[in-house]
Design a protein around this ligand. Structure first.
Ligand SMILES: Cc1cc2nc3c(=O)[nH]c(=O)nc-3n(C[C@H](O)[C@H](O)[C@H](O)COP(=O)(O)OP(=O)(O)OC[C@H]3O[C@@H](n4cnc5c(N)ncnc54)[C@H](O)[C@@H]3O)c2cc1C
Length: 156
């Protein structure tokens, strides 16, 4: 059984760390070459920062190459919980950031010619019980009224 991401088999060149010794000087050291570390590295390097990334396995070893590849709006907290915990202004600001992040990702993929079958097809939440469905209806109202985000709810 493979214990590493199967995506790595599709690469022509292995992405193992290129150096084992550290540079004498660096402006910024990033630990971990997943999406967080690599994105930070790209944006800071573009801003003229000298960046060093330390990766203990290989580039893209962690969750970043093993996830479902879904790019969804919203946070781990439900829209209702977000509102309760942070108040309207902050909750809406957080939620807006998640929408901006999708735009940002699309822009990034275009800019770097990354062919990853990116498709803005929306997200699907399926209710397993009538109670779940009622919860979705309440969330839909909240998303529309507070977050100004339109969603569609249907019963089959
Ligand atoms: C099964 C699964 C499905 C998911 N599905 C989705 C999805 O559909 N959509 C979505 O947006 N998110 C999804 N996620 C979440 C998403 O994958 C993570 O939020 C994201 O990959 C985190 O990126 P990261 O760079 O912070 O961490 P990682 O990608 O895990 O990278 C961390 C890196 O740091 C390295 N490292 C760790 N410790 C050290 C150390 N001490 N020294 C040097 N290097 C170190 C690791 O080897 C690794 O390469 C999913 C996660 C999982 C597990």
């Amino acid at each position: 059984m493979k214990t590493y991401s199967c995506w790595l088999d599709t690469l022509e060149n292995t992405l193992s760390a290129s150096k084992t010794e550290l540079p004498e000087q660096t402006d910024l050291t990033i630990i971990g070459a997943g999406i967080t570390g690599l994105t930070t590295a790209i944006f800071t390097a573009k801003a003229g920062v000298n960046v060093t990334i330390i990766e203990k396995n290989q580039v893209g070893y962690g969750a970043s190459t093993r996830n479902g590849g879904q790019t969804l709006a919203g946070l781990k907290l439900s829209p209702g919980a977000l509102l309760k915990q942070y108040g309207k202004d902050q909750a809406v600001a957080f939620y807006r950031e998640t929408l901006k992040a999708i735009d940002g990702l699309e822009q990034f993929l275009k800019e770097h010619n990354i062919e990853c079958d990116f498709n803005r097809a929306g997200g699907l939440w399926a209710a397993c019980t009538p109670g779940h469905y009622q919860g979705f209806a309440a969330a839909q109202t909240l998303l529309k009224d507070v977050y100004q985000h339109e969603t569609h709810l249907s019963r089959r």
